[in-house]
Design a binder for this molecule. Structure first.
Ligand SMILES: NC(=O)c1ccc[n+]([C@@H]2O[C@H](COP(=O)([O-])OP(=O)(O)OC[C@H]3O[C@@H](n4cnc5c(N)ncnc54)[C@H](O)[C@@H]3O)[C@@H](O)[C@H]2O)c1
Length: 254
């Protein structure tokens, strides 16, 4: 029996089969969950990628900047599953001007977009799913350690710091409904989002040698395993937490 047997999970953020969300959806199904996906923009691509999962999974449209799509999300998900036990937020975006060393010159409009899509949407998505989570459940988001300033990550780093804080406030406000809220802080992975960061190579070059456990830039499974574990019944008293899945880099100085 899998650790998500009988659970119904909404997974956002599948774009390609390199997406962290793709690994989460695949592993969740292998662990017994029924999975519903949301996709943004390139829906036919997402539908094609979804066919590579062990089981067919419906794909619903969700742009987290679109209030109508958020408002109708619960009823649209409800056409496929009677409720939700888990929700995965695997969404991030920042305009090019907000990344790559342009920190001092980025306009507020571009920063606002980064924060809307990458930070505020964690709250929007959780709240949109509440009508389906009457029996409690788990919300998990994907983070990149925001406790320090990194090269090139710039306003995305600020967005992730906000995500870490928003996660704690969500944990505070949703705890009484039996909903746990946690983040997985993954090390760098070669996904579409990562490739769009100018200078991402800097992370790629240093991370594997700095990580006590080593680090495979192409393996999304360790981060996905943590997401699945956090949605299982094996973290019943854990909320507001950040689990680092980075080969151990966060713990090492120098
Ligand atoms: N790749 C890494 O190195 C890394 C490391 C740590 C954390 N993360 C985080 O993991 C999450 C998933 O990213 P990924 O690396 O798998 O890349 P990805 O490009 O595969 O996924 C990013 C997803 O965000 C979605 N998205 C963008 N704008 C959206 C919007 N307005 N509404 C809804 N969805 C939108 C995209 O469609 C895409 O599916 C992000 O939060 C990212 O910051 C990535």
């Amino acid at each position: 029996m899998g650790i998500l047997e009988g659970k119904r999970i909404l997974v956002t953020g599948v774009l390609t089969d390199a997406s962290i969300a793709f690994s989460v959806a695949k592993l969740a199904q292998e662990e017994g969950a029924t999975v519903v996906l949301t996709g943004f923009g390139r829906l036919s691509l997402v539908e094609r990628i979804a066919k590579r999962l062990p089981e067919p999974a419906p794909v619903l449209e969700l742009d987290v900047q679109d209030t109508d799509q958020l408002d109708t999300l619960a009823s649209r998900v409800g056409e496929h599953v009677g409720g939700l036990d888990g929700v995965v937020h695997s969404i991030g975006f920042a305009p090019q001007t907000a990344l790559g060393g342009n920190f001092l010159n980025t306009s507020w409009e571009d920063v606002a977009t980064a924060l809307h899509v990458s930070t505020f949407s964690f709250k929007s998505l959780a709240v949109a799913c509440l009508p389906l989570m009457k029996e409690g459940g788990a919300v998990v988001g994907l983070d990149f350690d925001a406790s320090r300033a990194w090269p090139v990550y710039d306003w995305m780093g600020v967005a992730k710091a906000g995500l870490e804080s928003a996660s704690r406030y969500l944990a505070r406000d949703l705890g009484k409904q039996g909903i746990r809220v946690n983040l997985v802080a993954a090390g760098p992975l070669r996904t579409m989002a990562a490739k769009s960061i100018p200078g991402f190579k800097e992370f790629e070059e240093s991370w594997p040698s700095r990580a006590p456990l080593g680090w495979d830039l192409t393996d999304t499974v360790p981060a996905a395993k943590a997401c699945v574990a956090l949605m299982s019944d094996w973290f019943p008293a854990t909320t507001g937490e950040i689990v680092h899945v980075d080969g151990g880099v966060h713990a090492i100085g120098g």
